[in-house]
Design a protein around this ligand. Structure first.
Ligand code: PEP
Ligand code: MN
Length: 265
């Protein structure tokens, strides 16, 4: 993953959508896939804004075993169907190495979540796959540990890896996690891999999404990730941090107005 090994930026090609090239990308979608209607509503909103990458969790790594665990393969099928209908690409988290082959039928990018950043068997399985991987920084991972986790995937033969800063654990409780904005230029300097910033999970706060997105892009991130839900109040996970579709539309318009995102294609 080191710049010393490869000086040129890696561009991850998600069936024609490039991450790490000139144009910053937006990855948006619900925390969890809940229903076909829900995902279709979000997919339509992304399409209308010219956003190409849709996220949505089907295998949810929840803190409590009593919380909604996701729809599993059924959820991936819904994501695929909606993405095909609106010409989008699918990013979804996989938690079990044995599910990667199954997931590759439906997803365009395999997400490895923060809680699994050091699940080495999962990293090896992702390295053996030929589907691009979005690797999130662990909750308490140093930048060095994060890059070693990515190294597992590349050393396994999969060069298509996107790094995602998603906030780290600190003593601060004003935000859900602490967005480590300095990780962005450090990762960009030390590694040739593209870097995204998840502004939703790092902050856990809708009211500061826009300035945090601006900061991420100004610091050199190749894109941002955020959670969008048609009706966040009734969401089965992360109800407090997802934004609704009108708020998303305004958010994207504001980023475009500050010229941190390209105009709608
Ligand atoms: C997610 O993106 O759905 C998620 C669970 O995030 P993280 O792994 O960063 O907590
Ligand atoms: Mn979430």
């Amino acid at each position: 993953v080191s710049r010393e090994k490869q000086a040129a930026d890696t561009v991850v090609d998600i069936k024609g959508t490039l991450v790490g090239a000139v144009k910053p990308q937006v990855v948006a979608g619900p925390c969890s896939v809940e229903s076909e209607e829900q995902v279709f509503e979000v997919a339509r909103a992304l399409k209308e804004q010219g956003i190409e990458l849709m996220r949505g969790g089907a295998f949810k790594p929840r803190t409590s075993p009593y919380d909604f665990q996701g729809l599993g393969e059924e959820g991936l099928k819904i994501m695929r169907k909606a993405a095909d209908e609106f010409g989008l690409k699918v990013i979804s988290e996989i938690v079990n190495p044995a599910d990667i082959e199954m997931a590759e039928q439906y997803v365009d990018v395999i997400q490895i979540g923060a809680r699994n950043m050091q699940n080495f068997e999962l990293l090896k399985a992702a390295g053996a796959a030929r589907t691009p991987v979005l690797l999130k920084r662990g909750l308490s991972a140093t930048i060095e540990e994060f890059l070693f986790a990515a190294e597992y995937i590349l050393s396994g033969g999969n060069s298509q890896v996107i790094l995602c800063e998603r906030g780290i654990r600190t003593y601060e409780r004003a935000t859900r996690n602490t967005l480590d904005i300095s990780a962005v230029p450090i990762l960009k300097n030390e590694s040739h891999l593209p870097v995204l910033v998840d502004i939703t999970h790092s902050t856990g706060r809708r009211d500061i999404l826009l300035p945090c997105a601006r900061a991420a892009l100004a610091a050199g991130a190749d894109g941002i990730m955020l959670e969008v839900h048609p009706n966040p109040a009734v969401a089965l996970s992360d109800a407090k941090q997802q934004i609704d579709i009108p708020t998303f539309d305004t958010f994207i318009k504001n980023l475009r107005a500050s010229r941190l995102l390209d105009e709608k294609p």
